[in-house]
Design a protein. Sequence first.
Length: 457
Amino acid sequence: MALWKRRVAGDEAPFFSLGPFKVRLPFIHYRFEWPDYLQGLLMCAVDLAAISLMTELLGMPFEAALAIVMINGFFYLLHHLLGDPVVPGWITPAIPLLMIYVSTFPEGEARIHALIAFQMMLGLFAMLLGASGAAKRVVHIIPSAIKAGVIMGAGLAAVAVVFKEGGRFETYPFTITIAVGIAFYLIFSKHFAGLKEHHWSFRFIGNLGVFPIIALAIIIAPLFSEAPWPDIEWGITKPDFVTMFTEYTVFGVGFPPIIMFLTAIPTVLAAYIVLFGDVLQSKSILEEADEARQDEKIDYDPDRAHMIFGARNLGMSILGPDVAMCGPLWAAMHVVIVERFKQGRKAMDSIFGGAGSFRLGTNTGLLLLPVVSLVQPILGIALALTLLIQGYVSVRIGIQEARCDSDLGIAGVIAAILVIKGATWAFAAGILLCFLIYGWRLREGKDSKERNKRNVS
């Protein structure tokens, strides 16, 4: 007899209501999925890459940064527990934008205040939009040229962060070159996509996302003397919550000045434009899953998702401000879970079982010292790979967002200014250019009808 409540075919997974949320607990409302849990144990290596960001930008000790990653990992569980059937992650495309903004403040208390103010504003903004149901309307009123420019700029900034003077490419040139080449082949190549259709072994490798590349980097980096061989340690990790709370949160550095909340507004808006694309992507992927599996009704509510990831950002801004931020989707792993879900009820009883078990697995992995010590030497490489892959995707999506040739020209200028001067100057330039070219409507003109459709695959 099943330990969990079996659902009637065609219904939603069992839950109990809590306002706009649908609460589901493991072993009670959904079946625990061991394959996804075990995959989560391995893929926690990607979550650990955020440590490199915090040690670089905030001067944070490794153990204190690990504490933030663990708190963020706990908040990941809120999505499936409260009725959002996704695998949540960072706001990866917006990381370079936040890095540029935070770097304008001197290292120390001012930089920490800037991060706290930004993440608190982002969290409150997302929660307000979710509670009011205004999320779609806010994004739709922004001209396509500006949206395209912000998304393209995020992609260019991601690449610039890796290749700038003193950047990670100078530290790991051979490892990044080899790993990125293999990563782009596995993720974006049509040739490899064809191999996955015909051979289960290639399909298995493709479904692991970026993990095979990270595993390869662990071997390549020491061979080229770009990182030491990992010193495997046994036991349980020891995150330094005391240092994290006393030196990197409002409990130690105090509440940010009001001026920091005002200066963060353009970057908050830019980050939101980027993350809204993840919300749309979540909806699209789940609609495909809903069509493939008629036995489970999937209820994805963008407003509910906004309230959950908004609450995560607000909570992290207080308990442990995180440069990676709290996003609505980890696209690569969400696709992997959904593809297994499509294989039928025997493979995965409920989408919540897959998503929940995976995130429980990543949280377990963060506690295991052998896993953490294995990937610790190449965390900077893992982050560089993530940024370069995201840069490719963001530039492609940004170009597709443009509705006409004039949009694309404006977007290019906005993207360049965003990388060099930041979100405030980029938005100002974008509004001015839209006004000069389109007039009071601030939107694309007649040439939108003449623009050829750009299908970038």
